[in-house]
Design a protein around this ligand. Sequence first.
Ligand code: HEC
Ligand code: HEC
Ligand code: HEC
Ligand code: HEC
Length: 162
Amino acid sequence: MMSHVWRPLFVAAGVVVVILVLRVILVPNDFGIHERGYMYGWHRKGNEADWKNISVKYRTTEYCRQCHRDKYEDIRNSPHGSIMCENCHGPAMNHPQDPRSLEINRSRALCVRCHFKLPYSASRRGSIKGINPATHHPEVECVLCHYPHNPLRAPVKKEANQ
Ligand code: HEC
Ligand code: HEC
Ligand code: HEC
Ligand code: HEC
């Protein structure tokens, strides 16, 4: 006769077998230890190719310099020198193949994002010179008075009759 001690043990062994079978079914073949050992092999080998195929969205300011050297030189030594072009113009993934892929945002909202005066004296954000958009020349675009690629400079006047 079977002992009451053995019966639960068979149940436990059954559970282990089920787990092993499920593992074979569920874990993809290319998962596991590769030539670099367990520590670096804890992923799907095919995943590496997936990641390589993702195209880079942001190209950085050095990329813009090749074709927009004037803007690059303007901004470089200005108070905005540390801001990436793509921070204001969006990701350059399809630019310049699709020249409209980058935005020119002339809204006050673009600037107020960083320049709304905040009382966070302990943070870097709080140390950026701030204005109150409700009282600082409201109703007009900031770029009418501040050239964005060097905000200490007045913007180049556009053709008056255009
Ligand atoms: C390989 C050359 C090249 C590179 C690199 C390049 N651009 Fe351009 N860009 C162009 C050309 C060409 C145009 C279209 C000019 C025109 O239509 O007058 C353009 C237009 C633009 C415009 C105006 C778009 C519009 O709607 O009128 C912006 C803004 C711009 N580029 C920003 C950038 C930024 C930011 C970068 C870097 C992330 C960059 N560009 C990198 C060639 C380039
Ligand atoms: C602080 C935000 C900001 C940053 C940073 C910035 N831009 Fe702009 N950019 C603007 C705005 C706003 C305009 C529209 C200005 C206007 O029409 O008066 C503009 C216009 C442009 C234009 C349109 C053509 C022209 O002559 O006005 C180009 C090209 C351009 N930027 C390229 C760049 C490049 C390249 C960089 C980085 C070296 C850069 N921008 C960094 C905000 C920015
Ligand atoms: C990503 C954040 C960011 C954005 C967006 C931005 N700025 Fe700035 N701006 C800065 C930083 C950082 C400085 C330099 C530090 C400082 O002035 O305290 C600066 C400096 C300035 C200054 C010089 C202040 C002074 O007297 O020294 C002006 C003016 C200015 N920005 C206007 C603008 C305008 C107009 C726009 C929109 C076209 C804009 N900024 C968009 C971050 C930003
Ligand atoms: C009608 C022109 C005009 C417009 C529009 C304008 N500004 Fe100014 N801004 C000035 C002048 C002039 C000064 C310098 C005198 C002063 O501090 O008021 C200045 C100063 C600043 C400063 C420096 C403040 C300081 O503490 O030294 C910042 C930052 C600034 N502006 C951001 C902006 C932003 C962001 C916008 C849009 C929301 C904007 N400005 C719209 C004319 C303008």
